[in-house]
Ligand binder design. Structure first.
Ligand SMILES: Cc1cc2nc3c(=O)[nH]c(=O)nc-3n(C[C@H](O)[C@H](O)[C@H](O)COP(=O)(O)O)c2cc1C
Length: 411
């Protein structure tokens, strides 16, 4: 019998505890942590370009990438580009009112922030930076089950903020119930149940990059440190990067999703959730008008037509195409939202004109977060707000209810 084969902890290098060393270091690094966001970042695509320079490639790819050959996501982006507007002229639009509501929660704008997991990877302040930017504008933010801050802790820093909680139903149902109880106590206004993640989509960029959680230090990563020192320093000196509600964090995100979430999720689970949660429910990831009708009959308040930003089922339909058929079957029984590929105020107005009640955005605010933390997210919100305001005036409508199907077509 040999006693040599198995690696022991003494064989590995141990990371020095930087938190212990730091108090001894007498160097101030304020600008290293807060670079200024240049005025030239005027659009979401500008922000995306800046984000790609600010973080390691594997991090940017994790956010920017999608499943399969990435055509599904590209198709959503392309479809928005093919929308053409016909304005209502000579209507006299002095000011515009962008306000609406998401499942009864008032919002000053027709967009809300979608859930995105593992957000402290993009910037060390993670969900907190995003939620602070959102709440400073009174905008709804949805915290993911895969968050790097727990629902209770996030809510404790932001009393009064408009927070939704995105739920993945776990294999262990008692855990789901405990989580719902905590979320309720913390004052979250709605639950968003994601139904498109029976397993993780095939994210080839992550595989090629050897992306893992937590990030591994390899010769490649050491070279990357020289290019993105700010990101790496923050990773090393801040509290460890971990999922706040999960325990096992070794491997790719896909490995984690596969081990924790329940592929048997079905309509009985939705009925179970309806009984367990008194507040509004948004079902996210709906991909057919027929399913939308069945789900809405189960008494949920809203449907989020979504293909997870092209990150799950490859070759799924662009959500924008589903808005009209869903409205025909669901009527006004439930609100209809969409997400995926929204990169401008025009995209948002197109979705609303086709009949959506509101939209959610994911990557746009993550680009802002990677580019400049809270300030970057705030800029993203400002850009979209400005674009919607100007475009509405040019379209000749003073409130969102003035948008209709006659004003849009896809060429
Ligand atoms: C990095 C990243 C992480 C995400 N994590 C989650 C998640 O934990 N739960 C979820 O329901 N959706 C998640 N999504 C999907 C978003 O909620 C949303 O559906 C998608 O980003 C919309 O497309 P967009 O990025 O083009 O706006 C994630 C998306 C990204 C980009």
């Amino acid at each position: 019998m040999t006693h040599e084969a198995k690696e022991t902890r003494f064989d590995r290098l141990s990371r020095p505890s930087i938190a212990e060393i730091l108090p001894m270091v007498d160097i101030k690094l304020p600008n290293l942590f807060t670079p200024k966001l240049p005025k030239s970042v005027a659009t979401i695509n500008d922000m995306r370009a800046r984000a790609s320079r600010m973080v390691p490639k594997s991090v940017f790819d994790y956010v920017d990438g999608s499943a399969g050959d990435e055509r599904t996501y590209q198709n959503s982006l392309d479809l928005f580009q093919r929308v053409r507007f016909t304005p209502k002229q000579l209507r006299g639009v002095d000011g515009v009112d962008l306000s609406t509501n998401f499942v009864g929660v008032q919002s000053p704008v027709p967009f809300a922030l979608a859930p995105t997991g593992f957000t402290r990877l993009m910037h060390h302040m993670g969900e907190l930076a995003v939620a602070r930017a959102a709440s400073s504008e009174d905008i709804i933010y949805t915290l993911s089950t895969m968050g790097t801050i727990s629902p209770d802790e996030l809510a404790s820093y932001l009393p009064g903020a408009k927070l939704f909680f995105q739920l993945y139903v776990w294999r262990d149902r008692s855990f789901t119930l405990d989580l719902l109880e905590r979320v309720k106590r913390a004052g979250y206004r709605a639950i968003m149940l994601t139904i498109d993640t029976a397993t993780a989509g095939l994210r080839y960029r992550d595989e090629r990059n050897g992306f893992s959680i937590p990030p591994k230090i390899t010769p490649k990563t050491i070279a990357d440190m020289a290019l993105h020192p700010r990101w790496w320093i923050n990773l090393l000196v801040r509290p460890p990067l971990e999922f706040a509600t999960l325990t096992s964090t070794d491997g790719t995100v896909s490995d984690l999703v596969r081990s924790v979430f329940d592929p048997r999720l079905n309509f009985d689970d939705l009925a179970f959730l309806r009984e367990s949660w008194e507040g509004p429910i948004v079902v996210k990831g709906v991909q057919s008008a027929k399913d939308a009708e069945t789900i809405s009959k189960m008494g949920v308040e809203a449907l989020l037509l979504s293909n997870h930003g092209g990150r799950q089922l490859d070759r799924s339909l662009e959500p924008l195409r589903l808005v009209e058929p869903t409205r025909q079957l669901v009527g006004d029984d439930a609100q209809i939202f969409i997400d995926g590929g929204i990169r401008s105020g025009s995209d948002i107005l197109a979705a609303l004109a086709f009949g959506a009640d509101g939209v959610f955005i994911g990557r746009p605010y993550l680009y802002g977060l990677m580019a400049n933390g809270q300030e970057g997210v705030k800029r993203v919100i400002e850009i979209l707000k400005k674009e919607i305001t100007v475009q509405m005036q040019l379209l000749g409508v003073s409130s969102l209810s003035g948008l209709d199907k006659e004003m849009v077509k896809v060429i």
